[in-house]
Each structure stands twice: as C-alpha cells, then as structure tokens.
Design a binder for this molecule. Structure first.
Ligand SMILES: Nc1ncnc2c1ncn2[C@@H]1O[C@H](COP(=O)(O)OP(=O)(O)OP(=O)(O)O)[C@@H](O)[C@H]1O
Length: 199
C-alpha cells in the first residue's frame, strides 16, 4: 500500500523517447528529481540534451513513455523570450507579472545577477553573457520549483559563474530541484548524472 504522507517527486519521467526530424534522438530515459535534488545531463553535441530538457518541460512531445510533473517548471535555454525592444527591467517585470510573482523576488534576482545597472538597456543590446544572466534572473524570479537549465554557464564570466552556483545552491536548499545540461564544470556537485549517447 502506498504511503499517503509520501511526498511526490517534482518530476518523474519513465522510459521516455524523443524523435525529431523523423530521427530517434534518445529512448529509454528514466529519471526522477525531488526536492533539494540536482541532476546533470551529459553527452556529446547532438546527443539530445536540449531536446530532453524541452521534453521534460513539455515544450516538445515525447514519443513514448510517461512524465509526471508535480511542480511548476522554469526552462532556461538560449531562447531569451524577452521583448528585444523593451528595457531589460520592463521585459523581466512583464514575465514576473505573468508568473504572478511579487516585485521583491524580481528585484532580488536582478541584484543577484548584477543586472541593476543594465535595467534601462534595451534587451537587443545585451551581450551574450548579459543575456544569459537575464535568462537566469528570469528563472530565479519565476518562483518555479523545478529549474531546467540548458548550458547555464555559457558566456558567463567567473563572477557570474559564482553567482550561478550560489543561486543553484540556494534554490536546492529551499526545496527546489535542478536538471541541467552542461558541457563544462559548473562547480556544483550534482546528485545524479544521466549520460546521453549520440545515436
Ligand atoms: N527542431 C528540430 N528539428 C529536427 N531536428 C532537430 C531539431 N532540433 C534539434 N534537432 C536535432 O536533434 C538532435 C539533438 O539536438 P539537441 O540540440 O537536443 O542536442 P544537444 O545534446 O543539446 O547538442 P549540443 O551539445 O550541441 O547543444 C540533433 O541531431 C539536432 O540536429
């Protein structure tokens, strides 16, 4: 008999497969992530790491298998999803309103990723690293318990990488979960590693 007091994981994926452009990208992937847990997806270029994160986030369908999501999810990938003509702060505030989070949470994320001084810059003028920090700030401000981070360290300088590590640690300590795909060391000890092979 199942324990009625048992806390469900934030996300549970069983035997999932993904096909893109008529080609099988991955199959037989099973993973689960609970409160305070982190998981790293590794694999060579084209192995399907980004595809896996998008499947887990519900942005693309899985071919078969099941995914149970028990928590709000924020996906941070290379798609900025901020209005390029808007000022950075306005663009992030728009999403904070959409996500229904209070202003203090956004202010904290802006401060954490050192974006305050860029608040009035149009989004289209941000550098690669600044864009990445904006994506991470949006994720942090979203209040989502499960973060899906696709190459979160790309383009970040040493200080921003430390900021990312601190944000991840605080999120896990607060009962969040993280699934990340990264080619390089994020200075974070992931609890689980899932390897994808190129097929
Ligand atoms: N929209 C799409 N339509 C068809 N095929 C796609 C699409 N997006 C990605 N693919 C293919 O799916 C495969 C996996 O791509 P994906 O971006 O998930 O890999 P990845 O492991 O994240 O790669 P990288 O390490 O280079 O970021 C690749 O062969 C890619 O060409």
């Amino acid at each position: 008999m199942s324990d009625p007091a048992a806390v469900p994981p934030l996300l549970d994926a069983r035997n999932i497969a993904c096909q893109r452009g008529g080609r099988m990208i991955f199959a037989g992937v099973t993973l689960t992530i609970g409160a305070g847990q982190s998981l790293l997806v590794r694999g060579p270029n084209g192995a399907g790491k980004s595809s896996l994160l998008r499947v887990l986030g519900g942005l693309i369908p899985c071919l078969h298998g099941t995914i149970d999501r028990h928590a709000p999810i924020a996906l941070a990938d290379e798609h900025l999803a901020l209005d390029p003509d808007n000022r950075l702060e306005q663009a992030l505030a728009f999403w904070a309103r959409m996500d229904g989070v209070d202003r203090e949470r956004l202010d904290f994320a802006l401060h954490h990723f050192r974006l305050r001084e860029l608040a009035d810059i149009p989004v289209r003028m941000l550098s690669t690293g600044q864009r990445k920090r904006a994506i991470l700030a949006r994720t942090m401000a979203s209040g989502a318990r499960l973060w899906l981070l696709d190459e979160p360290g790309n383009g970040l300088d040493a200080a921003s990488l430390r900021g990312l590590g601190d944000a991840m640690a605080a999120h896990l300590a607060a009962g969040g979960g993280i699934i990340a795909a990264s080619h390089f060391d994020l200075s974070h000890q992931f609890g689980t590693v899932v390897e994808l092979d190129r097929r």
